[in-house]
Write a protein that binds this ligand. Structure first.
Ligand SMILES: [Co+2]
Length: 336
């Protein structure tokens, strides 16, 4: 799942909510002298967790490729994919995104969604195992369109190039540069205000962002997990926020009077923590009344809602994504 940038150089951000006593970044700190910048490295527990999530995500991606057919209901596809994640011992790290054509990202079916798979479909899958995240995406052409196929092929190629490029302490803009070169030389545009991101324990989007063009950010890549996700388009290479997506994220507890809203807030805090969730999941658990409760929680600021992200020039969009683990001496793709 991608991150939209709001202008300016993108460096490090941080999550707002800290989960219990664990280090949210899944790191252990090394001892440091007072005049030294703190460096951290991945713990063996974190490496094992990221890899386990990655291998589940890989199997689920292959499963998704088998079940997606033109005219299949998006709702059925999403539910089958999410059930498969659970069957394999993981949990969804975010609702499956099934975004079609000029919708670049952040479309998940609502609980009564009637839309069907068609056109250029992007399938973005997140898995977590005890908070350790794997994030992977692929695109599929469901209308036998040559341009769609080319967009997909180039997104895959750009991802491959980015994976070859990323390594410990390389300036982060080098990855964006590699991605953009592949895409532009093929006659398409990368989406500049969508990025890959660092994945940390319980945090899908925190720390580094991984640009899809040379954004001039020369910050060296540290050890950690990174989701790399190039987007190719025939349009302007920019997305804007459109309709609400029914994908939400917890912001923090607020005083709500409504009993169901309170119950749902408690459930969200325990079950999803700082990971995105959707109204469809809560309707399944609490019934239709969950919709009203969610809008109350949104109004109170307890949760935020993502927007669907649309390509500005109404260009079609393809996406490819893998999660990699960068350590000092190697880079491993966890979702391959
Ligand atoms: Co992602």
């Amino acid at each position: 799942m991608t991150e939209k940038q709001y202008g300016g150089a993108t460096g490090r951000g941080s999550g707002k909510v800290v989960i219990d006593n664990h280090s949210p970044r899944g790191f252990i700190s090394k001892s440091k002298k007072s005049n030294e910048v703190e460096k951290s490295e991945l713990s063996s527990e974190a490496i094992a967790g990221f890899k386990k999530a990655g291998q589940i995500a890989k199997k689920v991606r292959e499963f998704a490729k088998e079940i997606i057919k033109p005219e299949a209901k998006l709702l059925d596809i999403a539910e089958k994919i999410e059930s498969k994640i659970i069957e394999l011992g993981g949990k969804p790290a975010f609702p499956v995104n099934l975004s079609i054509n000029e919708i670049a990202a952040h479309y998940t079916p609502g609980h009564n969604d009637i839309n069907v798979a068609n056109g250029l479909l992007k399938v973005d899958i997140g898995v977590h195992v005890d908070g350790y995240i794997a994030d992977t995406a692929f695109s599929v052409d469901l209308e036998g369109n040559e341009e769609n196929k080319k967009l997909i092929e180039v997104a895959d190629k750009a991802l491959e190039k980015a994976i070859e490029t990323i390594k410990f302490e390389i300036p982060i803009n080098e990855i964006g540069k590699a991605i953009s070169e592949v895409i532009v030389s093929s006659g398409f545009s990368p989406i500049r205000n969508l990025t890959g991101h660092e994945v940390n324990r319980w945090f899908l989007h925190s720390g580094f962002t991984v640009p899809n063009y040379d954004n001039g950010n020369t910050t060296p890549v540290e050890e950690g997990g990174y989701a790399i996700e190039p987007f190719t388009t025939t349009g302007q290479g920019v997305v804007y926020e459109s309709k609400p997506s029914e994908i939400f994220i917890f912001q923090g507890r607020t005083g709500v009077r409504d009993n169901l809203a309170k119950e749902i807030m408690n459930y969200i805090e325990v079950e999803y923590k700082t990971l995105p969730f959707c109204s469809r999941w809560l309707v399944k658990k609490f019934g239709q009344r969950a919709i009203l409760a969610l809008s109350m929680l949104k109004q109170m600021g307890a949760i935020n809602e993502f927007s669907q992200l649309l390509e500005k020039g109404k260009g079609k969009v393809a996406q490819a994504e893998h999660t990699v683990l960068v350590s000092k001496d190697k880079v491993e793709v966890t979702t391959l």
